[in-house]
Each structure stands twice: as structure tokens, then as C-alpha cells.
Design a protein around this ligand. Structure first.
Ligand code: ADP
Length: 495
């Protein structure tokens, strides 16, 4: 009798494993961190063997802690940090270089060249993305160009590429399965999101042999199985972390939208079976779908500095001791007193895309005290998210009435209420704050027959709902203050 489903959540800084029962109660949860490697300013790497070892250790600890027998586990779902690149030798299983992490900026120049050579439109039409070092393609090229002998070996078909899902799947199946899912493929900048195949022209252009690339499958099917303490357990769900969160939040219909408030903020809006291309600096990506369903798409926008601005208040400014203290201090004031922070610590992403501007504080007066700075920092997370919500509204030309939220900073009630006020929409925070792992568990549970599609999103856990509580005049005045602050930040580049 299968009673449980296991989610492996391999994030940027830690590997987690969560065992859920049929009612999606958490039966056991473990988390282990792994080290980040910063070889030069702007470069970010991880050791692929450590990624696997940490995930495996977290998995076995999770099972051991639960007292559950592996025979009782219906299946395993994987969700992962996206875009990160691992290249390994097919015969020895050894990585030829460290994992190049999504944050790594080493291929920025190459991406600038792709833009100046006029490839932006082709890349956008084919992959839904914009040429940026963030995505996998140029990182694979970098490894082939810079690791001695790698290009020749790749030409001979001896090297394999994978994002972290693929690497884990390959390791967990003892080298039998080289597969990724569409959500991860859609973040590589090599995948044609309409025709659902790797794009030959892009691979040629970047000198990436197609023999390196994993087979692309849906997000909910059986890919293989692993030997878990003597039991054979199917691995049967994969999705990149943001798409897993979208699915985990039950955003499975066109127009459904979620924001994950972590270090950065990630907004995804389900756009149904046809890809919507953005005129407002968003990217188009593939959403995770239930087993057997047609491909669905999402518009995605990210805010680089989200909860990180609260960390900055805590660690650099010393204004608070814990991130959660920000709620208490911000709520002491009746308004922001005209103080705005634009947290452009590493430039501004969607919809502005100015990588060179830096943060500003505007509206300081002699009376501006600590609480105003704290409040402005929290409000800035909501204002930046609202910029992206507006872009999604404009691109999808739809009315958005509500939004689901998750991630660490979504626990802040002041921030959630302000988001609802400024964006004029209902903000829904589920009782359970594990949307990403839940998404992977749902995908695995659907393909293994553990969950029934018709039952899945019917019951929502107890939610907290935030309703807009300010009038349009007040909203306009706040948005006007924010736009002026962005103008100060971007100078002449603000349109
Ligand atoms: P990540 O997955 O990116 O590491 P998490 O979802 O764990 O992020 O969220 C951590 C971020 O959220 C941190 O930047 C932290 O400052 C912020 N954060 C956590 N709790 C709160 C809170 N109650 N109020 C405001 N920010 C918070």
C-alpha cells in the first residue's frame, strides 16, 4: 500500500527532502546546505558531486527520520534551481568542471555580442527568452571553450549536459537515464518552446553538439526508478523551482498567477496553451502540467532584489535583528512619509532592464527616522513586484483579480497587505508555505496514480486573504512617488 510521496527540492544553497502523505501533510522534512564557490567577482560555481551527495544525504535522512518503509513511497518528484549547468563524462560519470550557477555572470560579454549581432529577436521567438548570461546556453559554451579537451570530447559524443534535475536523475538511476523536463529545457535558451524540440540553429551557433543534450519529456511521467534501500521507487515528476511553485499553488488555469517572495521575487502567470510573448521585458516559459495534458505556457518576470533588501536592513544597516522584525517597525507608521527606496543593488530587471543603475533613497527629510527606512524597504519589494504585475497585465491583456503568494517574505503581513493595496488585488497566502516541494509532489503523485487529477486542487489548505484597503487616489499618489524614485535611480534611461 502506497501512502507517501517524496519531493526532492534542490535549491541554490541547500538540498531539501520532504515526505508528504495523501492529504499533503508533511510527514518528514530535512535540509542540508552545500557550499557556494566564488572563484572571481561575478562568478558563481558549485561542486556537482556535493550537490548530489547533499541531496542524497538529505533524502536518506528524511526517510530514516520518518520511520516510513521505502515500499510505502509511491514516487519521487524533483524540483530544482533552474538554468545551472553541469557537463560530465558519459563513461566515467565525472563532471568536467564545476556546476556554473544561474547567478554567474561570466558570459555577459558573449550575451552582449549576441544582442549586437542582432540575434535577440530570433532568440525571443524561438526560446521565449532574451539573450542573458542567466540562461544555460552560453554557460555550456563557456565550458566547451575553456576546459581543455572538452570540445573535442563533446564532438565525439562523450560528454553529457544537464541542468540540476538531469544530473540528479542520472545519478539516482545510476547513469541509466539522461532526461530533462520541458520546464527546465525552456530555461536553457536552446529549446524551441513552440515546436518542443532542441533548436539546431542555436546549438550550431554556439558550437554545442546536440548529442550532449538530454531527451526532453513532460513534467509528470515515469522517467526511471531508483534503488531506495532495496526498494525500487519510480522517479516520476520534474519541474524547475518556479514552475513547480506555480503548479503547487494550483495555478493551472490561464490567468492564474503566483509570486514567490524569496531573496528575489519571481512572478509567473499561467497563459494557457499558447505562448504569450512580452512587449514589457518579461520572458515566456513552459509551465508544468499534469500527466497527459497539453503543454501550457507562463509569462515570467523576476525582481532581483526582493527579501534581499530586508537582509540588507539587517546585515549592512543594522536596523533590525531579524527579517520578521521589519513588520513591527513598518506598522508603527501611518504612512511612508514620502520616503522611497529603489533597491537596484545590481540594476533593475523587468520591466526596466537597466543593469547599470544603482539603488537610491528619495524623500529624506530631517524627520526621517529608522522606521521610515524599514517601511520604505518593505514597500519597495511590493512596488517592484507591482511593476512586474503591471507588465503581465499589459502583455496578457487580462484583468488579474487575485494572486497566490509563497516564499519566506510572504510571511510578512504588512508586506502582503501593502501588495494588495498597491496592486489592487486579492492576495492569497496558503496555510502551507511549501509550494515548490508540493508542486514536485503533485507531479510525481499524478503520474504514479497516487493522486487523482480531478480531486487535486479542490481542497485548499486554510488560507490568509489580504483585500485591497485603499482608494484609487491614494494608490495613484503612492505610485507617482514610486515612479519619481525610479526616475531618480535610472536618470536619463527612464522612459
Ligand atoms: P530563498 O529561497 O531565496 O533563500 P526564502 O523563501 O527562504 O528565500 O526567503 C528568505 C528571504 O525572505 C530573505 O531575504 C529574508 O530577508 C526574507 N524574509 C524572511 N522572512 C521575512 C519576514 N517575515 N519579513 C520580511 N522578509 C522576510
Amino acid at each position: 500500500m502506497k501512502k507517501y510521496i517524496l519531493a526532492l527540492d534542490e535549491g541554490t544553497t541547500s538540498a531539501r527532502s520532504i515526505l508528504f502523505d495523501k492529504e499533503m501533510n508533511i510527514v518528514s522534512m530535512t535540509q542540508q546546505e552545500f557550499p557556494q564557490i566564488y572563484p572571481r567577482p561575478g562568478w558563481v560555481e558549485q561542486d556537482p558531486m556535493r550537490i548530489y551527495a547533499t541531496q542524497y544525504a538529505s533524502l536518506t535522512e528524511c526517510i530514516a527520520k520518518s520511520g516510513v518503509s521505502p515500499d510505502e513511497i509511491a514516487g519521487i518528484g524533483i524540483t530544482n534551481q533552474r538554468e545551472t549547468v553541469i557537463v560530465w563524462d558519459k563513461n566515467t560519470g565525472k563532471p568536467v568542471y564545476n556546476a556554473i550557477v544561474w547567478q554567474c555572470r561570466r558570459t555577459s560579454e558573449l550575451c552582449e555580442k549576441l544582442k549586437s549581432d542582432g540575434y535577440s529577436d530570433f532568440i525571443a521567438e524561438t526560446t521565449g527568452l532574451r539573450p542573458d548570461a542567466y540562461f544555460s546556453a552560453t554557460k555550456i559554451k563557456w565550458i566547451l571553450d575553456n576546459v581543455p579537451g572538452a570540445a573535442a570530447k563533446a564532438e565525439k559524443g562523450e560528454l553529457l549536459f544537464g541542468t540540476v534535475d538531469t544530473w540528479l536523475l542520472w545519478k539516482l538511476t545510476e547513469g541509466k537515464v539522461h532526461i530533462t523536463d520541458r520546464t527546465n529545457a525552456s530555461r536553457t535558451m536552446l529549446y524551441n518552446i513552440k515546436e518542443l524540440r532542441w533548436d539546431e540553429r542555436l546549438c550550431k551557433m554556439l558550437g554545442i553538439p546536440m548529442s550532449m543534450l538530454p531527451e526532453v519529456r513532460s513534467s509528470s511521467e515515469i522517467y526511471g526508478s531508483m534503488n531506495l534501500m532495496g526498494s525500487c521507487v519510480p522517479i516520476c515528476g520534474i519541474a524547475g523551482d518556479q514552475q513547480a511553485a506555480l503548479f503547487g499553488q494550483g495555478c493551472v488555469n490561464s490567468g492564474d498567477m503566483k509570486i514567490t517572495y524569496g531573496t528575489g521575487c519571481f512572478l509567473l502567470s499561467n497563459t494557457g496553451n499558447t505562448p504569450v510573448y512580452s512587449n514589457h521585458g518579461l520572458v515566456t516559459t513552459i509551465a508544468a502540467t499534469a500527466c497527459g495534458e497539453k503543454v501550457e505556457y507562463a509569462l515570467e518576470g523576476s525582481v532581483f532584489t526582493g527579501g534581499a533588501v530586508i537582509q540588507w536592513l539587517r546585515d549592512e544597516m543594522g536596523l533590525i535583528q531579524e527579517s520578521s522584525d521589519s513588520e513591527y517597525f513598518a506598522a508603527k507608521l501611518s504612512d511612508n512619509g514620502g520616503v522611497y527606496i529603489v533597491p537596484a543593488f545590481s540594476g533593475l530587471g523587468a520591466p526596466y532592464w537597466d543593469m547599470h543603475c544603482r539603488g537610491v533613497i528619495t524623500g529624506l527629510t530631517r524627520g526621517t527616522g529608522r522606521n521610515y527606512i524599514i517601511r520604505a524597504a518593505l514597500e519597495s519589494v511590493a512596488f517592484r513586484s507591482n511593476d512586474v504585475i503591471d507588465a503581465i497585465r499589459a502583455d496578457s491583456m487580462s484583468r488579474i483579480n487575485s494572486i497566490k503568494v509563497d516564499g519566506g517574505a510572504s510571511m510578512n503581513n504588512f508586506l502582503m497587505q501593502f501588495q494588495s493595496d498597491i496592486s489592487d488585488l486579492r492576495v492569497i497566502r496558503p496555510g502551507q508555505n511549501e509550494a515548490t516541494a508540493a508542486g514536485a509532489a503533485y507531479l510525481a503523485g499524478l503520474s504514479s496514480g497516487f493522486f487523482d487529477k480531478n480531486e487535486l486542487f479542490k481542497e485548499q489548505s486554510a488560507c490568509t486573504v489580504f483585500e485591497p484597503s485603499i482608494d484609487q487616489e491614494k494608490r495613484n499618489s503612492l505610485l507617482c512617488g514610486w515612479k519619481n524614485a525610479v526616475r531618480s535611480c535610472m536618470g536619463g534611461n527612464y522612459e
